[in-house]
Design a binder for this molecule. Structure first.
Ligand code: GFB
Length: 394
């Protein structure tokens, strides 16, 4: 009898000699193969919700990172940035390295490793077999990701027409019926079993993503040692060349990337416009000055003393310092590029202004929503509309 089936007959969880527990409800693995951190984080929340709905343990993938000049992606263990325990309050999870070392040898023999994709993916290698396949390891980051754990696949499954929207149409039951754990102890997806941007229903799962002790400590140290005592505003400026190019798509879209976070998932709060994606320097300075003044009025005992800027290209330090010198507010940034520390600090600011279109900003917004901290977006609502509304209110 298949080992996994035997385990199911014995009970839901089986303890082995070394007390490793096998989840007879099965496991779910995936490659965070699309985009950089913000995209992967959106996908992670969806994958977490999906694995809970299917009642399978989620194998926590490493974060996939790209370094300049390197042709293969780097895989950074999940717990470098986030704690594992808080996630367990929501659902069963296990680090991928732990799963491969302790569980895989018992439930996932090499000749049973079958990759899952929606439909056939074309191979990048011209000489490979023409049999329909997921080609789960073709290209970067796909190959380097699975290679990190010495995983190869012997076959493929196409799961079309099933999808990942477990909030509708009894989707989880359909997955369970079609791919029972007794037959499929591990489902390894070629990409994330989730949508981008994150589904509205899954946004609040952010509460289970808590910074690792090292990042938590680094952010506290930065705020304590580098920023003046008093309230600070965190800014996210997304203005690198990739972003400038991406913003050209605004013209022919209703939404772009993370924009539902301010426009609403059904454009309830309007359609996208250019400044929402790429605000001008003048608009940024205008909006910051307005925010500093409004905090001074609403909270005179805790005035803004400094600005912390996170950016992928231009931090605008000189421009901001010049513009804000009369208000006695100074501007700071990290000495060395560290996107995760940027995010962690932005999560603690008294106020935050982010880019509505960016999934990097979206991460901060969700973390702050969970904590009840205020956030705003560049150029939102549209300046003209705001003036009209202010006029109407007079
Ligand atoms: O995180 P991400 O998917 O956000 O990708 P967007 C942007 C990456 O740029 C981050 C760097 O993961 C960081 O590596 N980056 C952005 C930053 N902002 C900062 C910052 O403030 N500080 C630091 N240190 N690094 C979209 C993608 O990026 O960009 C799309 O979602 C597409 O897939 C598009 O590639 C052009 O959502 O902002």
């Amino acid at each position: 009898m298949h080992l996994f089936l035997q385990l199911i007959l014995l009970g839901s969880f089986i303890s082995f000699n070394n007390a490793d527990e096998i989840d007879v409800n099965g496991y779910l693995a995936y490659c965070p193969c699309m985009g950089r951190f913000g995209n992967q984080a959106d996908h992670f929340l969806g994958a977490l919700a999906f694995s809970k709905a299917l009642n399978r343990t989620l194998i926590l993938p490493p974060w996939v990172e790209y370094r300049k000049g390197e042709i293969r992606s780097r895989q950074v263990p999940f717990d470098t940035y986030f704690q594992v325990e808080p996630l367990q309050e929501y659902h069963r999870v296990i680090l991928m390295a732990d799963f491969m070392q302790r569980i895989a040898p018992q439930v996932w023999p090499e000749d049973k490793r079958v990759s899952f994709c929606y439909m056939e993916r074309k191979t990048l290698a011209p000489n490979k077999s023409s049999k329909p396949d997921c080609h789960a390891k073709d290209g970067n980051p796909f190959g380097p990701f699975w290679d990190t754990y010495n995983i190869s696949f012997v076959d493929s499954v196409f799961y079309s027409p099933l999808n990942f929207d477990i909030h509708h149409r009894a989707m989880a039951t359909k997955w369970q019926e079609k791919f029972p754990a007794s037959e499929w102890p591990v489902i390894p997806f070629t990409g994330a079993p989730a949508s981008f941007p994150v589904q509205m229903e899954n946004r609040e799962l952010q509460r289970y993503l808590r910074w690792s002790p090292i990042y938590d400590e680094m952010r506290h140290t930065f705020i304590k040692n580098k920023l003046p005592i008093g309230a600070f505003i965190g800014l996210h400026l997304r203005n690198g060349i990739d972003w400038v190019r991406a913003c050209e798509h605004v013209r022919d879209s209703q939404q772009l990337f993370a924009s539902p976070q301010c426009l609403g998932y059904n454009n309830e709060r309007g359609s996208i416009y250019f400044e929402l994606c790429l605000p001008s320097k003048e608009l940024i300075i205008r909006q910051i000055k307005r925010l500093i003044k409004s905090v001074k009025q609403s909270n005179p005992k805790n005035e803004i003393r400094s600005i912390f800027v996170a950016a992928d290209a231009n931090h605008m330090i000189t421009e901001l310092n010049t513009a804000l010198s009369r208000m006695n507010v100074s501007t700071y940034r990290l000495d060395n590029d560290d996107p995760h520390l940027d995010l962690a600090i932005l999560g603690m600011a008294n106020h935050f202004v982010g880019n509505c279109v960016s999934s990097f900003s979206a991460f901060v917004k969700r973390e702050r929503d969970v904590k009840g901290l205020p956030s705003y977006f560049w150029a939102f609502p549209k300046e003209k509309e705001r003036h009209v509304r202010a006029h109407e209110e007079l």
